[in-house]
Design a protein around this ligand. Structure first.
Ligand code: NAD
Ligand code: LMR
Length: 331
């Protein structure tokens, strides 16, 4: 058996963490032979609730769980971790847009960036889940200048999973038969779910999803808006934001980053290098492939006029969010 790796989950007493912690501790993220030592960070008033989560983890009797450190001290939580799931932040309530969360949440990511800069390994892989995830990831990276920018990512895997599932249902195939659907831009209602390069296996044949569906109007309207508004639809139904699916997506994102995505594209919010005419230095979701612990943006895709408009709109929102966040962080 390998030596245990240390992994931190923030917002550890919250709803997403309640599903995510089990997935990490059971081997779904780092593999069935990799023991993990979990660092669980939440705020001081939540330590009682967190104690209950720690009891439940013990009661799961998981062979891969090497130990647990519950704490409200960021510098303890981030010390020596190889992976950081930054979930802890206020969730959106019914009627709120994600940008309403910015002022409330961005300061958390400034402080956590500063703590990571001091105590984390320089190769730590950071996934920001707490909203507004893209801009929080950018702020976290900005306040942790000693850690490479490539190590900070934001979660759009939930949007990818939603998009894949919508397309599979429309075509009538199992979800794993659809691949290479792309989420571009912000994890918000301006995101661009793009099926133009997606491929589906029907029987023994691979074909473009656009050919299998053969309904351009659906792909440009209902498909896109369903994915863009799915988070709000779940909030309206549950009166709480998505948690089970968010935890699954966080596991998928980190597993693929550590263990490789194979020949499938995955969508990740990464610090933009200006690829596809997007604004530089915002955390923009691109199609990437991952191998040996590194991600690489898929290059050379054709961008239609329609796609150009969609990319520009979500890029503009991210540039505005960045400015708002930098203003908040000045105080
Ligand atoms: P929750 O309210 O159930 O849990 C959040 C937890 O974070 C709470 O226990 C809270 O005490 C803790 N917390 C607050 N400030 C903290 C800090 N400074 N340090 C550590 N912990 C802190 O919320 P949830 O449903 O688990 O959602 C968490 C976040 O994830 C929200 O911002 C939500 O909008 C976001 N989210 C993102 C996606 C995505 O796809 N990117 C999907 C779903 C939810
Ligand atoms: C989601 O997409 O489900 C989450 O980001 C929650 C939200 O506020 O939409």
């Amino acid at each position: 058996m390998a030596e245990p790796v240390k992994v931190v989950v923030t917002g550890a007493a919250g709803q997403i963490a309640y599903s995510l912690i089990y997935q990490i501790a059971s081997g779904a993220v780092f593999g069935p032979d990799q023991p993990v030592y979990l660092h669980l960070l939440d705020i001081a008033p939540m330590m009682g609730v967190l104690e209950g989560v720690v009891m439940e983890l013990a009661d799961c009797a998981l062979p891969l769980l090497a130990g647990v450190l519950p704490t409200f001290k960021p510098e303890e939580a981030f010390k020596d971790v190889v992976a950081a799931f930054l979930v802890g932040a206020m969730p959106r309530k019914e009627g709120m847009e994600r940008k309403d969360l910015l002022a409330a949440n961005v300061r958390i990511f400034k402080e956590q960036g500063q703590a990571m800069d001091k105590v984390a390994r320089k190769d730590v892989k950071v996934l920001v889940v707490g909203n507004p995830a893209n801009t929080n990831a950018l702020i976290c990276s900005k306040y942790a200048p000693s850690i490479p920018k490539e190590n900070f990512t934001a979660m759009t895997r939930l949007d990818q999973n939603r998009a894949q599932s919508q397309l599979a249902a429309k075509i009538g195939v199992p979800v794993q038969n659809v691949k290479n659907v792309v989420i571009w831009g912000n994890h918000s209602s301006t995101q661009f779910p793009d099926a133009s390069n997606a491929v589906v296996t029907v029987g023994r044949t691979e074909k473009l999803v656009t050919n299998a569906i053969n309904d351009d109007e659906y792909l440009k309207t209902t498909f896109i808006t369903t994915v863009q508004k799915r988070g709000a639809a779940v909030i309206a139904a549950r009166k709480m934001s998505s948690a089970l699916s968010a935890a699954k997506a966080a596991s998928d994102h980190m597993r693929d980053w550590f263990l490789g995505s194979g020949d499938r594209w995955v969508s990740m919010g990464v610090v933009s290098d200006g690829s596809y005419g997007t604004p530089r230095d915002v955390v923009f979701s691109f199609p990437v492939t991952t191998a040996n612990g590194k991600w690489q943006i898929v290059q050379g895709l054709t961008i239609s006029d329609f796609a150009r408009q969609m990319l520009d709109a979500t890029g503009k929102e991210l540039a505005e969010e960045k400015q708002d966040a930098l203003d908040v962080c000045k105080d």
